[in-house]
Design a binder for this molecule. Structure first.
Ligand code: NAD
Ligand code: UFG
Length: 348
């Protein structure tokens, strides 16, 4: 019998790619999403890309804060596990609107956990973030590093991690994997699904891609005076398809062994600077990306990359793709869909 997986936030960037890998891996997937930061076109395209497995996908437009709708869904469907992506993720916005972030991310998660518990579904994979390492004393980051947060978004990740550790301590029937993502980029190699942020992109690669298709004049580089190889910030970029496969590996772990509440870094273990990433994108796309050098962005850390040994050893998962493939697939998506899932007049 195919396992049935509930995917919250499954219409979003990482969620849509993971749902595709789930379907191709023989799972059934039920997606819930309020479409606040996504489009149902992504769900339709995932079903198409999955071919004959597309029939194993269903979608419900539900907000996690609407507990009655969650209860209704759980009362009509048995889930073997939940992958929980749904949440707001813009760091700057979280500073301006902390209550919105605490309400959406924390209350949404508590509702989900309560409904899961009351229907006896106690296997969870949660999207945490490398942001919980704050500005680390050294790199690479291991899972044992001290945790901190510098903004309300990061604090929601930290609090939800702690909530998960507490519920496992209170009830050992729970099996929970917290995945700390580093910097997901790229798109499915088909170029048919990808990242489509609303408004002005906060993150590097969505911004670069909008410059490449002529939607923005230049990339502003935040900081060129860091103590790094070329003065710009260094991050651990990971191909979104590798990241998605990390979720399948995590699910398999949940089904195969009694895991408790465990945390894994998902990254490549390699640090790449902003200028290196731009150069790789220019090579992959043949497009020139004009740069404007500017001051550091408040809250940014200098260098962040992962030690990935724990996921390699325990989940038997390792990222396969490098930055050239990430940029190739980012460009494939951008060039075929310059306005994402929308059109020139529906997007800013
Ligand atoms: P995304 O915005 O593309 O996807 C999140 C989805 O959740 C969206 O489709 C949104 O509409 C939905 N959503 C938000 N609040 C909801 C609610 N209350 N009820 C139902 N649906 C809701 O973001 P993403 O990049 O795919 O990120 C997925 C998860 O991974 C998030 O939790 C994010 O914080 C985490 N994460 C992302 C990154 C990154 O760089 N993209 C890094 C680390 C962690
Ligand atoms: N950058 C620019 N110009 C831009 C955007 C980014 O120079 O327009 C630089 C940043 O200063 C940083 C690097 O590109 O040096 C990466 O920045 P991103 O915004 O793409 O990613 P961050 O590492 O700042 O943050 C991301 C997610 C967070 C998550 C974190 C985990 O946005 O949600 O990764 O590492 F918590």
């Amino acid at each position: 019998m195919a396992k049935n997986i509930l995917v919250t936030g499954g219409a979003g960037y990482i969620g849509s790619h993971t749902v595709l890998q789930l379907l191709l891996g023989g799972f059934k997937a039920v997606v819930i999403d309020n479409l606040d930061n996504s489009s149902d076109i992504a769900i339709k395209r995932v079903a198409e890309l999955a071919g004959e497995f597309g029939k194993n996908l269903s979608f419900h437009q539900i907000d996690l804060r609407d507990k009655a709708s969650l209860e209704k869904l759980f009362s009509s469907t048995n889930f073997d596990a939940v992958i929980h992506f749904a949440g707001l993720k813009a760091v700057g916005e979280s500073v301006q609107k902390p209550l919105l972030y605490y309400n959406n991310n924390i209350i949404g998660t508590i509702n989900l956990l309560e409904v899961m518990a009351s229907y006896g579904c106690k296997k969870l994979v949660f999207s945490s973030s490398a942001t919980v390492y704050g500005w680390p004393k050294e790199v690479p980051c291991t899972e044992e590093f001290p945790l901190s947060a510098t903004n309300p978004y990061g604090r929601t990740k930290l609090f939800i991690e702690e909530i998960c550790r507490d519920i496992y301590r209170s009830d050992s029937e729970w099996s929970i994997i917290l995945l700390r993502y580093f910097n997901p980029v790229g798109a499915h190699p088909s170029g048919y699904i990808g990242e489509d942020p609303r408004g002005i992109p906060n993150n590097l690669m969505p911004f670069v891609q909008q410059v490449a298709v002529g939607r923005r004049p230049a990339l502003t580089v935040f900081g060129s005076d860091y103590s790094t190889k070329d003065g710009t910030g260094v991050r651990d970029y990971i191909h979104v398809v590798d990241l998605s496969d990390g979720h399948i590996a995590a699910l398999q772990k949940l089904f195969e062994s009694k895991i408790g509440c465990e945390v894994y870094n998902l990254g490549t273990g390699k640090g790449t600077s902003v200028l290196e990433m731009v150069a790789a994108f220019e090579k992959a796309s043949g497009q020139k990306i004009p740069l404007v050098m500017a001051a550091r962005r408040p809250g940014d850390v200098e260098t962040l990359y992962a030690l990935t040994d724990k996921a390699e050893n325990e989940l038997k998962w390792k990222a396969k793709y490098g930055i050239d493939e990430m940029c190739r697939d980012q460009w494939s998506w951008a060039s075929k869909n310059p306005y994402g899932y929308g059109s020139a007049d529906s997007t800013n």
